[in-house]
Design a protein around this ligand. Structure first.
Ligand code: URA
Length: 224
């Protein structure tokens, strides 16, 4: 701990500093909360990171460009939109205003925000109880498997999903996973892949899309 020296030469610990600015909660800047949407009896649930600009305005997940790409990929795999449940690890748009036009530029949620939203994700998982969950991108992967999750290492692999009730214990304060991916829940599966917006940003979009399709194919093949 940093110490200060007093006039008497005695060293004393510094006084605790109060935070000078309160960080706004995500809901304070977002237009609305965007919960998941889809079929209550869906056998496949896909979770993204957080609503984007369009989702924030319209109040529904995956209605913007990333959502269009995701629907196209699911359609190619024979998955009808009506048979899915789409949601996000974080339920509010996070952004900063940048440039002269003050455009809303998305920001990745942090661990604190993921943890705050986790009860909603758990509630959705418990209510829909899908056979297969797909984590789209790093944030969803961390929310489901713990913050040591790395999409590059775990994408496209069929894992056992954590028990929904235990999901709350999968991220700890030190950012480590409390359980191994593919742990002990027998009948529910989990597949991780890249986020569809990563395909839209990729230099080689064609091969990024093929990779997404291949990973989603693993999830679809796991459906009973
Ligand atoms: N990106 C996400 O992660 N979720 C959405 O709903 C839209 C874009």
């Amino acid at each position: 701990m940093r110490r200060v020296t007093t006039g008497s030469g005695r060293r004393e610990p510094p006084k605790a500093r109060r935070p000078t600015s309160k960080r706004p909660h995500l809901y304070e800047n977002a237009t609305q909360t965007v919960f998941g949407a889809g079929t209550r009896s869906a056998r496949i649930m896909l979770s993204g990171e957080k609503p984007g600009d369009q989702e924030d305005l319209q109040g529904r997940p995956f209605v913007g460009p990333a959502g269009h790409l995701l629907r196209k990929a699911l359609g190619e795999l024979g998955i009808e939109e009506g048979s899915t449940y789409l949601t996000n690890a974080v339920k509010h748009f996070k952004f900063s205003r940048e440039g002269p036009s003050k455009r809303r530029i998305h920001k990745a949620p942090d661990l604190h925000e993921m943890t705050a939203c986790r009860p909603w994700l758990v509630a959705e998982l418990k209510s829909v109880d899908p056979d297969v969950v797909v984590a789209l991108g790093a944030t969803a992967g961390k929310a489901l498997l713990g913050s040591s999750f790395r999409v590059g290492e775990q994408r496209g692999i069929l894992l056992s999903a954590p028990a929904w009730d235990e999901l709350g214990h999968s991220i700890d304060e030190n950012g480590t996973s409390g359980r191994e991916p593919g742990g002990d829940q027998g009948s529910r599966s989990l597949v991780c892949t890249i986020h569809p917006s990563a395909v839209l940003r990729a230099d080689d979009r064609k091969s990024a899309y093929a990779g997404l399709l291949s990973d989603l194919g693993v999830a679809v093949a796991a459906l009973p």
